[in-house]
Design a binder for this molecule. Structure first.
Ligand SMILES: Nc1ncnc2c1ncn2[C@@H]1O[C@H](COP(=O)(O)OP(=O)(O)OP(=O)(O)O)[C@@H](O)[C@H]1O
Ligand SMILES: [Mg+2]
Length: 342
């Protein structure tokens, strides 16, 4: 019978890789294709660490917010207690985009005359949908969660959205730093240009003008916007450092033992490696149990062929397999059962 193999039975690789990672790292990211079991496995790992006496924060970065569905309760952007030692929250990047834009708008309002405020609104409204805006906000929230939680929690587990998105997000601190850098440079150029125009058109002997023609007040407002951007850049740089430090952080790829997921896993690992992020564990979820009838035996054998490709491509990365269960993993009890058998 399929169930006889139980949750979390290991078919190959090192035993209890996930649990070891959960014990030894401070930050764990779970990524992979849609529907492979990221939410399920990351939640069970978080719970296993909590059961072992740790204080754990489980964070969903997926806008589909499936932690709430899994635990069948409302989970918001502030930590809620799931069980002893385990808190959870769901990030809301939309909220962060709005806060960030509001802060910039207010600075621009102060900087520009009232008759230009409509223009500012138009510009900000366009920026809302600009490429990178949502990702930048998500990263900023990830950075904040780590910063706020790193002393309180022994482990922070991130359950992410499907892989393409995750990989993009993981290389983002670098991209985002470059992006903010560009904005800051443009700001500086604009400042210099404004100064130049002022110098051309104004009497520089006027008393309330400083060098370059801008009043002190104007310069202060300008530097306020630059400060907002610099603050963001600092956060991204710090996040980058933490994520690429394999003593602190690790990335777990969850996959199914099928051809395309295997190929995509190999590709995702490459992308993460380029971004200096270590993948220390591959979770092959929903494996067909062996010795469970002809059909499943055949399926199991087929999976072994795909997994051979995986092992050949990534021989140094440990693997843990989790069997397909007869029922979906839903609710705190089911996660608990899985956690105990990880
Ligand atoms: N080992 C397993 N055996 C049986 N069902 C499983 C197993 N692992 C996960 N599931 C089920 O598969 C479905 C998808 O799992 P889950 O939501 O964890 O995937 P996901 O990778 O987070 O998906 P998404 O990409 O949509 O966020 C769920 O219904 C879950 O209960
Ligand atoms: Mg999910």
């Amino acid at each position: 019978m399929a169930f006889a193999h139980g949750y979390g039975k290991i078919t190959s690789g090192s035993y209890r890789v996930l649990l070891e990672l959960a014990q030894s790292k401070k930050i764990l990211f779970f990524g992979g294709k849609g529907g492979v079991g990221k939410t399920t496995v990351s939640s069970a790992t978080a719970m296993a660490r909590a059961n072992a006496g740790g204080k754990v924060l489980l964070v969903s970065t997926d806008p589909a917010h499936n932690l709430g569905h899994l635990f069948d309760r409302k989970i918001g952007s502030k930590p809620v207690r799931i069980t002893a030692g385990l808190d959870a929250l769901e990030l809301d990047p939309g909220e962060t985009v709005e806060n960030h834009l509001k802060e910039i708008t207010e600075s621009l309002y102060k900087l520009m005359p009232v008759n230009l405020h409509k223009e500012i609104d138009k510009h900000i409204s366009l920026s809302r949908g600009a490429p990178g805006m949502y990702e930048a906000a998500l990263l900023e929230r990830i950075a904040d969660v780590i910063e706020d939680g790193k002393d309180e929690y022994d482990l922070i587990v991130f359950d992410t959205a499907p892989s393409g998105h995750t990989a993009r997000l993981m290389v983002l601190p670098e991209m985002m730093s470059a992006w903010t850098e560009g904005l800051i440079k443009r700001r500086e150029k604009a400042d210099r240009f404004q100064e130049f125009v002022r110098e051309l058109g104004q009497d520089t002997s006027m008393e309330d003008k400083t060098i370059g023609g801008a009043t002190m007040k104007e310069q202060e407002r300008e530097s306020h916007i630059r400060r907002i951007l610099l603050r963001r850049r600092r956060k991204f740089e710090q996040l980058r450092e933490q994520l690429s430090d394999s003593d602190i952080s690790s990335f777990v790829i969850v996959l199914a033992a099928e051809r395309l997921p295997v190929l995509e896993t190999i590709e995702l690992q490459e992308q993460l490696q380029e971004a200096n992020i270590t993948v220390e564990c591959l979770i092959v979820n929903k494996r067909a149990p062996a010795n469970s009838g002809e059909f499943l035996d055949e399926r199991h054998a087929q999976e072994e062929i795909h997994l051979q490709t995986l092992t050949n491509a990534l021989p140094a990365i440990q693997r843990q397999d989790i069997y397909l269960q007869p029922q979906d993993v839903v609710g705190i009890g089911a996660v608990e059962t899985l956690a105990q058998k990880l």
